[in-house]
Design a protein around this ligand. Structure first.
Ligand SMILES: C[S@@+](CC[C@H](N)C(=O)[O-])C[C@H]1O[C@@H](n2cnc3c(N)ncnc32)[C@H](O)[C@@H]1O
Length: 304
């Protein structure tokens, strides 16, 4: 992480501000005893942001700079990051030169945690987020930034110029902030442009979002307990892991995962929740294959 010098202007919307929550969780967990996640770059990044955030008008940022974060949240976010690292490493074990796109990457430093020396890795986030990231770390011949709204499908043209596939798209802590139709259009576009690709994304349970009273509880928790801005609300949800299969033929559900499935001692008694589908499937991760690639030459894995 050689970059420094330029001043950090942190002008981001309420949804993007949540990237600092996950960054600080990574850093705090990395510095704890028996860390679930070892992410030394997050510690360096936090040191760079701390001064700026501690003088911010934003209450969330000032709290983060003082290290005020719920212990369970730190554990959950660290478990999630570790699991997504495992998804990516598993994919690269089978396709060492595969292309990974980290959708809504925030300040996450996954490339540096999982790099196998052959992958091409793309960190994609909104332009204002990528412009902060560019000031802090450098791209290289296999690590690239895409500063673009993921819903503006033009970013696929940028990816098409560089990558050959096979592709893995990961979206950790992102889709729930988007809207149903937007997520569906994005997934269908990925399916048509990258047949044979895989998608790993975190989802929220639509049952909670569909009931105004329950939705109010979630908004209350996010604003009053997590101190997120009022623009950071959950909108997109599904009811079952298989639901995206119904969006189009060729979308194949592979597996799912919940925080409570993790065998981490730091989860404590919360591990009991894995037995109750209601809790296991409140906020969880789903893994799909989007169509089959051309079995002969993988030619269809490259967008036209
Ligand atoms: C909770 S943060 C997660 C960051 C990162 N994935 C992690 O786990 O550390 C949500 C991220 O999604 C990004 N995001 C939200 N909407 C987006 C969009 N339409 N296009 C690209 N990125 C988006 C935000 O800017 C933010 O970085």
């Amino acid at each position: 992480m050689e970059r420094t010098a330029e001043p950090l202007d942190i002008e981001v919307n309420d949804v993007s501000a949540t990237l600092f929550v996950t960054l600080y969780c990574h850093a705090l967990e990395s510095q704890s005893q028996n860390p679930i996640l070892v992410d030394p770059m997050s510690v360096e990044l936090v040191q760079k942001f701390n001064e700026k955030l501690s003088h911010s008008d934003n209450n969330l940022f000032r709290r983060l700079a003082r290290g005020k974060l719920d212990k369970n949240l730190i554990v959950h976010i660290a478990i999630r990051a570790k699991k997504y690292d495992e998804y990516v490493s598993y994919f690269l074990n089978h396709s060492p030169a595969g292309v990974v796109v980290n959708i809504g990457c925030g300040m996450d430093t996954r490339f540096w945690r999982i790099d196998n020396g052959r992958t091409s890795f793309y960190d994609l986030d909104l332009p204002e987020v990528i412009s902060i990231k560019k000031k802090l770390m450098a791209e290289n011949e296999r690590y690239h930034f895409i500063g673009c709204d993921v819903l503006d499908h033009d970013w696929m043209a940028i990816l098409g110029r560089h990558g050959r596939g096979p592709y893995l798209f990961v979206a950790e802590g992102v889709f729930m902030y988007l809207h149903d139709q937007d997520v569906k259009s994005l997934v269908l576009k990925l399916q048509s442009q990258y047949p044979g690709s895989e998608l790993v994304c975190e989802v929220f349970n639509e049952v909670w979002l569909g009931k105004p009273f329950l939705k109010k509880i979630i908004d209350f928790k996010m604003q009053k307990e997590l101190h997120l801005g009022s623009g950071a609300t959950f909108n997109f949800g599904i009811r079952s892991s298989e639901e995206m299969e119904t969006w189009n033929s060729g979308i194949q559900f592979l597996d799912d995962w919940s925080y409570f499935d993790a065998d981490e001692e730091k989860l404590g008694w919360l591990r009991l929740f894995r037995r109750f589908q209601l809790f296991r499937k409140t906020q969880w991760t789903v893994h799909y294959r989007l169509n089959q690639a051309c079995p002969l030459c993988f030619c269809a894995t490259r967008p036209g």
